[in-house]
Design a protein around this ligand. Structure first.
Ligand SMILES: [Zn+2]
Length: 384
């Protein structure tokens, strides 16, 4: 195996995928024009797509230092377009506009690269629109789609893309990334990577944000405290509040970062007077952020559900005597206690109930009712 270009260094735990891309690049000019990167959320689908884009556009094959590589890292390369959506579905207008961009010639590089981050969020009609472009893209245009799995796309799309499958990175490799890239102390990095179940973005947030860490722990402790109906009602209320505040915090953090990025892009500082066009751009950003805020509470709750499933998975691991690492080693004492006091059947039921609640909340069933009923299911029914 030859060494991969430097731009792939941030792609962690995916040696097979990187090797596949490296090999396809070494076969000369005939790069396939449509790719699909599949893997669970947090496995780095868009990172590897962008690294591949950098490797293709860099005159050194992906040096990581040059102007071209730098621009891709900063998200400002004129020949790399990324479509990402905060909505549940990518709209047909978004795709139409994106396809239009794919028709123009590359501005500075050899290729025009079109990345769609959540290609699974397209309705059939939208997918069909894209299909035409995937079949016969203009010379030099390369499509890179990202989705959880191949099954999330229409068969007609699947048959036109070359698939690169990503794996869930190991806890160790995510921890090392946190240490090396963000200077997180080793133990905290290890704990955060385990708690985030190797989701890189979540692990980084837990490792670098004490508030997020604290809210996560409070949510798990609330679930562990449920022993009867009154404590279930109390916990349901706590979970709702935590979901809301975590959602609001995260979307506030993103808002601020995006505002900063836009100001840098516009080349102005906060105290400078803005031109009308800069003001208009800022307003557009603020409107998009407002739309996102309406989703943030639900997203906050969804993160709590994932964490709770991890907690009960830990309990089940102990009950089954499996030699796996705990997702929540910091709660080992509480987990052991719950494992000893309850049946495996109950814990499995808890996990199933959380999954059902996630599904129903996505479909706009009244959230407080769902949380109450979930909390009642989760109460500790002692077997001994
Ligand atoms: Zn370069």
């Amino acid at each position: 195996m030859e060494t991969a270009p430097r731009v792939f260094r941030d792609v962690i735990s995916q040696p097979e995928a990187v090797e596949e891309l490296r090999r396809s690049m070494s076969q000369g000019n005939d790069i396939h024009h449509a790719w699909l990167f599949t893997g669970p959320p947090g496995s780095g689908r868009s990172q590897i797509a962008l690294a591949f884009a950098a490797a293709l556009l860099c005159s050194e094959g992906g040096c990581g230092f040059c102007n071209s590589c730098e621009m891709i890292r900063a998200g400002s390369h004129p020949d790399v377009q990324v479509l990402n959506t905060e909505r549940v579905q990518i709209s047909i207008d978004e795709v139409t506009e994106f396809i239009d961009k794919s028709l123009t010639m590359p501005a500075v590089g050899k290729y025009r690269i079109m990345v769609i981050e959540d290609a699974d969020r397209m309705m059939e009609r939208t997918s069909n629109l894209l299909l035409k472009s995937l079949e016969e893209p203009p010379k030099g245009t390369i499509w890179m789609l990202c989705a959880p799995s191949e099954a999330d796309l229409l068969p007609t799309i699947r048959s036109r893309v070359r698939r690169v499958q990503l794996k869930v990175p190991s806890v160790e490799s995510v921890a090392m990334l946190l240490v090396e890239k963000y200077g997180v102390p080793f133990e905290l990095a290890q704990l955060s990577a385990a708690q985030a179940q190797s989701h890189v973005g979540m692990a980084r947030r837990l490792a670098t944000n004490a508030g997020a860490r604290d809210r996560r722990k409070q949510a798990l402790l609330a679930a562990l405290s449920i022993v009867d109906i009154p404590s279930a009602m109390q916990a349901a209320e706590t979970l709702a509040k935590l979901g809301e505040s975590d959602g609001a915090q995260l979307s506030g953090e993103q808002d601020e970062q995006e505002r900063k990025d836009l100001m840098i892009q516009l080349g102005v500082s906060e105290d400078q007077k803005l031109t009308p066009s800069a003001r208009a751009q800022l307003r557009r950003l603020e409107e998009a952020q407002k739309r996102r805020a309406t989703r943030s509470k639900r997203d906050g709750l969804d993160r709590i559900f994932v964490d709770l499933m991890g907690l009960y998975r830990d309990v089940l691991t102990v009950q089954l005597g499996a030699k796996e690492f705990l997702i929540n080693p910091d709660l080992a004492h509480e987990i052991n206690l719950l494992a000893a006091e309850t049946s495996q059947a109950q814990i499995i039921r808890n996990i199933e109930e959380i999954e059902k609640t996630r599904y129903r909340i996505e479909r706009n069933v009244k959230e407080s009712l769902l949380l109450d009923s979930l909390a009642i299911t989760l109460r500790r029914k002692k077997v001994r």
